[in-house]
Ligand binder design. Structure first.
Ligand SMILES: Nc1nc2c(ncn2[C@@H]2O[C@H](COP(=O)(O)OP(=O)(O)OP(=O)(O)O)[C@@H](O)[C@H]2O)c(=O)[nH]1
Length: 408
């Protein structure tokens, strides 16, 4: 057995009252059983009410109609009404079914009523001892209660019986001992059955609690793994510096757009964006400033795009954009907007008058093309042309002679 099982076993062990040693577990058990206890109590009360009432017939047969019968019938009616009233009460207040007060009221009323009825039925000791044995077992098993109270009310029953027996007629010592032994045996049987039932019920409950705890731990583990998986997937697809899609993820996304464009015959434009003279800036201001410029330009590029556009870091200071449903004119307009926005950036760490700029090469996927790389190469070529022309411009592939070469 593992240490964990031992621990669980100790936690689930019961004391002499057939209750958990662990007070918190016992409290949880009682809370969980509240509705069931209330239900069982209502059922028990109904049984007591019916049995008590039916004994009016036995009273009539044994005593005939007379004053004693009327007293007995009144007691029986009173107890029956009490039981039925309490059944209604526990239906409205199920939480009170586990409180000592209402339960002790039931015991005191029913047991006193029973002892009085014995007193009013002198002579028939066989019947009395049978009803005491049944009552004793009912105290153990019919109404849900805690063992100390059960023992106390059984002691009350035996003491009451002794009192009534000695009051009524002097029993011989042998008869008295025999009747007491019968009652003691009924108590032993009731106690053992009570303990066994409670042990089984509580064992089952502790296993359920244990199982729930294991399930909760598993659920937490699954959630942690899912979170880790999401983080890993994010890390595997994102450029850590700029937060844009990395090159691999960009291709995953844009390949999908490429297939869709070819299938549906819609436009797909590609733009390659490169920060101008970035090496000089890096060398002059240091790598940290270079990183900041890269992040700023990346954000600037992303801000001019639609949600459906795809942007990624191609490598170094170069970004790549896929523009679904955009022909060359639309792509040029977007690239111009981007170029303007970058030139208007003001970074406090740069020297006075020092401006950032980008060169953009544009191409579009042609009908019948089978690979995205073809359009990409044309955009790269256009970018190369833009750099050769002096940078800070937008160049459209395949239209090199009439390319846009706007200067800020
Ligand atoms: N700070 C920083 N610098 C980078 C990073 N990746 C690449 N670089 C630098 O980017 C610079 C790229 O310079 P070049 O490719 O020569 O181009 P350029 O200076 O921008 O010149 P043109 O492209 O012709 O305008 C190199 O100095 C690289 O070290 C990065 O993640 N952080």
């Amino acid at each position: 057995m593992t240490a964990g099982n031992n621990e669980a076993g100790e936690q689930a062990s019961l004391d002499w009252r057939a209750e958990f040693h662990d007070a918190a577990l016992e409290a949880l058990y009682r809370r969980t059983m509240r509705m069931q206890d209330a239900q069982q109590l209502r059922y028990g009360l109904r049984v007591i009410a019916v049995v008590f009432l039916l004994f009016i017939v036995a009273d009539f047969v044994l005593l005939g109609f007379g004053a004693t019968f009327l007293v007995l019938a009144t007691i029986r009616l009173f107890i029956t009404l009490c039981c039925l009233g309490l059944t209604r009460y526990f239906a409205l207040h199920p939480a009170r079914a586990q409180e000592a007060g209402p339960l002790n009221f039931i015991y005191s009323t029913v047991l006193t009523g029973l002892l009085i009825s014995i007193h009013l039925h002198p002579g028939d000791f066989g019947l009395h001892i049978s009803s005491l044995v049944i009552t004793s077992l009912a105290i153990y098993l019919l109404l849900p209660n805690r063992l100390p109270w059960i023992l106390a009310w059984n002691a009350f029953l035996i003491a009451g019986f002794l009192f009534v027996a000695l009051l009524l007629e002097p029993l011989t010592a042998g008869m008295l001992i025999r009747n007491l032994l019968i009652l003691a045996f009924a108590n032993l049987l009731g106690w053992l059955t009570f303990s066994r039932l409670n042990w089984l019920q509580r064992r089952q409950f502790s296993l359920l609690v244990e199982e729930r705890e294991v399930n909760r731990r598993l659920q937490r583990e699954i959630e942690e793994r899912q979170l880790l998986e999401t983080q890993l997937r994010h890390m595997a697809s994102t450029d850590p510096l700029t937060g844009l899609a990395n090159r691999r993820h960009f291709f995953e996304l844009s390949e999908r757009e490429f297939s869709r464009a070819q299938r549906e015959g819609t436009a797909l434009a590609i733009a390659m964006v490169d920060i101008d003279l970035f090496k000089g800036l890096n060398d002059h201001h240091g790598h940290a400033v270079g990183d900041l410029v890269l992040t700023t330009v990346a954000n600037c590029c992303a801000s001019v795009l639609r949600d459906t556009d795809i942007i990624g870091r191609y490598g170094g200071e170069e970004f790549i954009i896929a523009l679904p449903q955009a022909d060359l004119d639309t792509a040029s307009a977007i690239a111009e907007r981007l170029r303007h926005k970058v030139t208007s950036l003001r970074l406090p760490m740069l020297d006075e008058g020092q401006r950032l700029s980008v060169t953009v090469g544009i191409s579009q996927v042609e009908p019948g093309e089978v690979r995205l790389e073809q359009a990409l190469q044309r955009a790269d070529q256009a970018l190369y042309t833009g750099k050769a022309r002096g940078r800070n411009c937008v160049v459209v592939a395949g239209d090199i002679s009439t390319s846009t070469a706007a200067r800020a």
